[in-house]
Design a protein around this ligand. Structure first.
Ligand code: KDG
Ligand code: MG
Length: 408
């Protein structure tokens, strides 16, 4: 069996999904997602210029060897662009493998450990009351877990808690069009004075059962992060996410020494080498990697297995920048992983996404039920894809009030 051709498509409804389709000489094809939010053309070029010409003629069943060939063969290892490109190839090869075996992927991993995998939605408010309304809407729909982000009184802007109105679409989709980034202003003091009480008020309003998550989006120093994690302990968060950038990882011990609030980190990681120490030293409770820019199913499964040895559960990244292809790959891992924690969930379910990526993965009462179709269980409509083209976008850049550049 040989790979006969491969194509890359860039575009989609509200997002530039990077979709890889690998064709074989036996008519079976596989799909992969190489989307790297706001840098989408780069993994697409890596695939087109370097990887696809090498893929043609390879046996698609040898997914491990192909992964090693590209990873070790690149010489310059890791990095989100390369790992997103390898990730897409890897997903597509697993899709082909599942179709050949006539089995859904979770069966190839070891079968189901659960029927439905718990997801969390994004509730966002311009202020606390607006946020409460947003949470209520999700709770009424049956969500068991909600990430809560809120505008901070007196703080002009901070996109992680954008005052941008949700309008009719309750899915919070960050839309930063254009190559020049929007500037956001951040004020740590205002945030730290406001957020612990706001989270306590949410717990008070929604009771003990709701799983409450909050994303700090790398804005605090380790000492400030320890202060926040300690202050929110009585609220019993499901997790506190990215309280500080995970570059100097030794300092994460400071948070652990001061608090028992569960910590989730890893959405910007792209390899096991970014998180092996955090996992082995049990400095985090949830690992947030994504199958896209962490090298696909083959590599992420290794991270999940390492995490399982150290009381670390999964909480895969699932921002709207991930296409339903990688969300499907994660749905299969979530159905199988003995150390599954939760899944961030935004993309599946919009009519435009469903038309472009038809699938039978189902969301019901806050749980994702994985499809039993062979392979990933998601398709790609090339005709529908012709409606979309690439729209340049950029993440915001954050500055403090005096102009100092800060962490987005
Ligand atoms: O590309 C960046 C987004 O994916 C990120 O800002 C979203 O923090 C995020 C989250 O937790 O989904
Ligand atoms: Mg995050």
């Amino acid at each position: 069996m040989k790979i006969s051709d491969a194509k890359v498509f860039v575009g989609g409804p509200a997002k530039n999904y990077v979709t890889l389709k690998i064709m074989t000489d036996q008519g079976i094809y596989g799909l992969g997602d190489a989307t790297l939010n706001n840098r989408e053309t780069l993994p697409a070029a890596y695939l087109q210029d370097y990887l696809i010409p090498n893929l043609i003629g390879m046996d698609p069943r040898n997914s491990e060897d192909i992964w090693q060939f590209f990873y070790r063969g690149a010489y310059f290892r890791r990095g989100p662009i390369a790992m997103a490109a390898f990730g897409a190839i890897d997903m597509a090869l697993w899709d082909i493998k599942g179709k050949l075996a006539n089995m859904p992927l979770y069966q190839l991993f070891g079968g189901k450990s659960r029927e439905g995998a718990m997801v969390y939605a994004h509730a966002t408010g311009a202020d606390l009351e607006d946020l409460m309304d947003s949470i209520s809407a999700y709770v009424e729909e049956g969500y068991k877990a909600v990430r809560v982000q809120c505008g901070i009184p007196g703080m002009p802007s901070a996109s992680y808690a954008t005052p941008e109105k949700r309008g009719n679409t309750r899915n919070y989709i960050t839309s930063y069009k254009g190559i020049q980034p929007k500037i956001e202003i951040w004020d740590t003091d205002r945030y730290l004075r406001f957020m612990p009480d706001a989270l306590a008020a949410i717990r008070e309003r929604f009771g003990p059962e709701l799983k409450i998550l909050h994303d700090v989006h790398h804005r605090l120093t380790p000492r400030e992060a320890a202060e926040l994690a300690k202050a929110v302990e009585p609220t019993r968060l499901f997790w506190l996410e990215d309280p500080t950038p995970a570059e100097n990882q030794d300092v994460l011990q400071l948070i652990r020494q001061h608090s028992t609030t569960p910590i989730a980190i890893g959405e910007v990681f792209n390899s096991i080498w970014d998180c092996n120490r955090l996992i082995e030293d049990e400095l985090i409770d949830f690992i947030r990697v994504a199958v896209t820019y962490a090298g696909g199913i083959t590599h992420v499964k290794r991270i999940v297995d390492l995490a399982g040895l150290h009381n670390v559960r999964t909480g895969f990244h699932g921002a709207p920048s991930h296409s339903p292809i990688s969300m499907a790959a994660q749905a299969h891992l979530n159905a199988w992983a003995p150390n599954f924690g939760i899944q961030e969930y935004l993309v599946l379910g919009t009519p435009e996404c469903d038309a472009l990526f038809p699938s039978n993965h189902r969301m019901e009462n806050g749980l994702v039920h994985v499809s039993d179709a062979p392979g990933l269980g998601v398709d790609f409509d090339e005709k529908e894809a012709e409606r979309y083209d690439y729209q340049p976008g950029s993440h915001p850049v954050v500055r403090l009030e005096d102009g100092t550049v800060w962490n987005y």
